[in-house]
Write a protein that binds this ligand. Sequence first.
Ligand code: PBG
Length: 331
Amino acid sequence: MTPLAAPFPHCRPRRLRRTAWIRDMVAETRLSVSDLIWPLFVREGEGMEEPVASLPGVSRLSVDRAVEAAQRAADLGIPCLALFPYTDAADKNPEATEAWNPENLVNRATRAIKAAVPGIGVLLDVALDPYNSDGHDGIVRDGTILNDETLIALEKMALCQAEAGCDILGPSDMMDGRIGVIRSALEAHDFPDTLIMSYAAKYASVFYGPFRDAVGATGALKGDKKTYQMDPANSAEAMREVAIDLAEGADMVMVKPGLPYLDICGRVKREFDVPVFAYQVSGEYAMLEAAFGHGWLERERTVLETLGAFKRAGCDGILTYHAPLAAELFG
Ligand code: PBG
């Protein structure tokens, strides 16, 4: 704790809050459009924008519409998109083979976006859940999520994504050893510059519910993800996960969910001082939008205050469905 400069009345902290210009001048953190990553959901078809009921204002976009969204993001100054697929049930199976189909939705969308809007970054999740008929991030046999078998699938998946032109791989599956396997594969196949943002501290959270609707995994998921995603009770374990992922070759780490886990964001930043990102997940967005819909909270100011909280906690950036709105507010 910094000692006070002088006792009252010589010291009056309110002097620094009296006018807008002095408040701005002494602001400790500043949120800007370059902090934002915008998650988009892609689906088959053309000219399609299919609203996701539990995520008001968010739609599943066909690839052509995703390209338009990418152009909008670029115009707004948003540096990076995160793409997630809504996979037709017919393309899912227990081995999640669609995950390493070079022509799968996210790989096609990545190529189309990179061709049309080359300056924008693309982040892709590396996890099997959108392609797995069991709805799990890993391969399931007799009710068990298999770690090492899943790594083989993730490696193939990651290489297809790098080949498609993805800038950042986001392993979000929480299998042990995945970062090392993916990093070695990237080096071996001449992708030395592909970034890895590992979902290092990813909790088994109830707040992913609307996302699972958006990618069509809700009905498929059998059981829960507690044998691989982290227990919300834990904090020291998150530091171990981050340390492991960095040692295996992650360039940046992510904490997920966001607002309920700001303590973890702050601790990771303080203990590791590497680029830290938070995912303000679907359930957080849905809660806020529900309150906005009722007129209980004011949308613009709430969005800026909640996103600003991530910066204060020490995050370098935020994945948020509110990215385009926030970018418009920065004007
Ligand atoms: C897939 C994945 C999930 C999210 C991002 N990647 C869901 C899950 O782990 O069940 C959640 C994102 C959100 O809720 O907005 N592994």
